[in-house]
Design a protein around this ligand. Structure first.
Ligand code: XMP
Length: 512
């Protein structure tokens, strides 16, 4: 396995994704990982990430020198290259010529990193982002590629198998970056491609059995990919020692509750408690208009109902959660200070504490893409695995203002038409998330010979990779025309449709 030491780059997770795509297991740890822990990890190779610091500043972050005496290959990327060169006796200087964005690499000498990929003389597009640069190499290193702004764009000490790149091979803008990283882990470090979801499934099942023993496990299903995959995996490991609880908030999309129940009960035969709590949730939400209050009510009610159902099941020792790797990585931040809460996403935060249960989190090592691949491996239908994300508070945050059963009904109908048209147009997978929002605004319209005075419906569709930033999706106008027509004609209560063309930032994806 490969160790990635994080120096705080925005894209460190991409390094891990690329290494795993090459079939090699890796973990991200903070750069300050101690020599003892590094040795205990026993990496077959180490990658030093980029980062925002400058090695020229006093107290600049550095890797423990143990990294360079383990006898394993090391790849330093951007800041990682600079600290490696600095720590091994080279010189780094502030540069007049800062390089950001696209640059062209010129391959000067053969190097194991380039095997089967680049030949001497090749010109390759890479992505740079640096202020400082290496100006004098440590003993044993030579330059194998240059760029206009970076005479030491790639340096190598092949005897010790130390490599440094000034650019970011992990980002897609570096045309052959993924292959370069694959070369490092396969050809240089000799790692084999044994990180597959089939292998993970076997190992995870053994681990779950060992952790849980004969105890009972309960798992909250949300209808989303993560909790579903976790449940199916755990069921495969311990069978009917698992009980799933599906708290139906009455805030799901049309047909979604039925789909979850039928998938788990009929297809997988997993014991499932389906608690229809729509009246309870809608009762508590009646008249509430503030978005954060809605979230808090839904979160608290969910925990109450879940707890009640869990007690009825009785005797559980473990609570299963679909926690993913990005939630687990200890992040390295140099900005400091608390960040502002834009929205509280912790729908069910507080559940484990309240319930005093041990946690079983079989997806803790996985990225979202890997969870999807594991879902396929476990036979979950493709339509389920590829689902767009859906927020815990559901349709409640897609109805600005107060929520009533009538409004929910209107929104469900419109949302169904919108998603149906997206699927029919073959656009579902190109979009990260698409949904309708029922606005608390009525406008005048004319239908037939009559005047109408009905709701405005907003359509939203975005592309994104992680939900942190997003762009609105550029639908063909004909598509928007068709959807608008169908909704106004088929959904009573809506007489006007608008399309949201705001990116994130400055907008957020949801309207509340
Ligand atoms: P925003 O609206 O913050 O959304 O740009 C980013 C992603 O998070 C989802 N979202 C939520 N998910 N509970 C959730 O589980 C919430 O309260 C919540 N609010 C937003 C949103 O759907 C998008 O995928």
């Amino acid at each position: 396995r490969v160790l990635i030491l994080d120096f705080g780059s925005q894209v460190t997770q991409l390094i891990a994704r690329r290494v795993r795509e090459a079939g090699v297991y890796c973990e991200i740890h903070p750069y300050a990982m101690t020599a003892e822990r590094i040795r205990a990890f026993a990496p077959k190779a180490v990658i030093l990430s980029g980062g925002p610091a400058s090695v020229l500043e006093p107290g600049a972050p550095r890797a423990d020198d143990a990294v360079f005496t383990l006898g394993v290959p090391v790849l330093g990327i951007c800041y990682g290259q600079q600290t490696m060169c600095h720590q091994l006796g080279g010189t780094v200087s502030a540069s007049e010529h800062k390089e950001f964005g696209r640059a062209y690499l010129e391959v000067k000498e053969p190097c194991a990193l380039f095997d089967g990929l680049w030949v001497v003389g090749a010109r390759e597009q890479v992505w740079m982002s640096h202020g400082d640069r290496v100006t004098e190499l440590p003993p044993g290193f030579r330059v194998v590629a240059t760029s206009e702004g970076a005479p030491f764009a790639v340096c190598a000490d092949e005897a010790r198998q130390f490599y440094g790149t000034m650019f970011h091979p992990e980002v897609v803008h570096t045309t052959h970056g993924a292959q370069l990283l694959a070369n490092f882990v396969h050809r240089v470090a000799g790692c084999t491609s044994d990180w597959t979801m089939a292998a993970f499934r076997e190992a995870a099942i053994a681990r779950i059995r060992e952790q849980v023993g004969k105890e009972r496990v309960i798992c909250g299903l949300s209808g989303g990919v993560d909790s579903s995959v976790a449940a199916v995996l755990i069921h495969e490991a311990i069978g009917d020692q698992l009980t799933c609880i599906f708290v139906d908030t009455g805030l799901m999309r049309a047909g979604e509750s039925e789909e979850v129940v039928s998938l788990f009960r009929n297809h997988y035969n997993i014991p499932l408690v389906h608690r229809n709590a729509a009246d309870l949730f809608l009762g508590k939400l009646a008249g509430v208009t503030d978005p954060e209050t809605k979230r808090k009510i839904i979160g608290a009610t969910f925990i109450d109902v879940f707890d009640e159902e869990a007690h009825k099941v009785g005797g559980a020792g473990f609570l299963a959660q679909g926690t993913l790797y990005p939630d687990v990585i200890e992040s390295v931040s140099f900005t400091g200070g608390p960040s502002v809460t834009i929205k509280s996403h912790h729908n069910v935060g507080g559940l484990p504490e309240r319930m005093k249960l041990k946690l079983v989190e079989p997806l803790r090592e996985l990225f979202k893409d890997e969870v999807r691949a594991l879902g396929r491996e476990l036979g979950l239908p493709e339509s389920f695995v590829k689902r767009h994300p859906f927020p815990g508070p559901g349709l409640a945050i897609r109805i600005p203002g107060d929520i009533t059963p009538e409004k929910l009904e209107i929104l469900r109908k419109a949302d169904t038409i919108y998603l149906e048209e997206i699927r029919n147009a073959g656009l579902y997978d190109a979009i990260w998330q698409a949904f309708a929002v029922l606005l608390p605004v009525r406008t005048v319209g004319v239908m037939g010979d009559g005047r109408t005075y009905d709701h405005v419906l907003a359509l939203r569709a975005v592309t994104s990779t992680d939900g942190m930033t997003a762009d609105w999706y550029h639908f063909p106008h004909e598509f928007l025309a068709r959807v608008s027509n169908r909704i106004v004609n088929e959904v009573r209560g809506v007489n006007r449709v608008v399309y949201d063309i705001t990116s994130k930032p400055p907008g957020t994806i949801e309207w509340e």
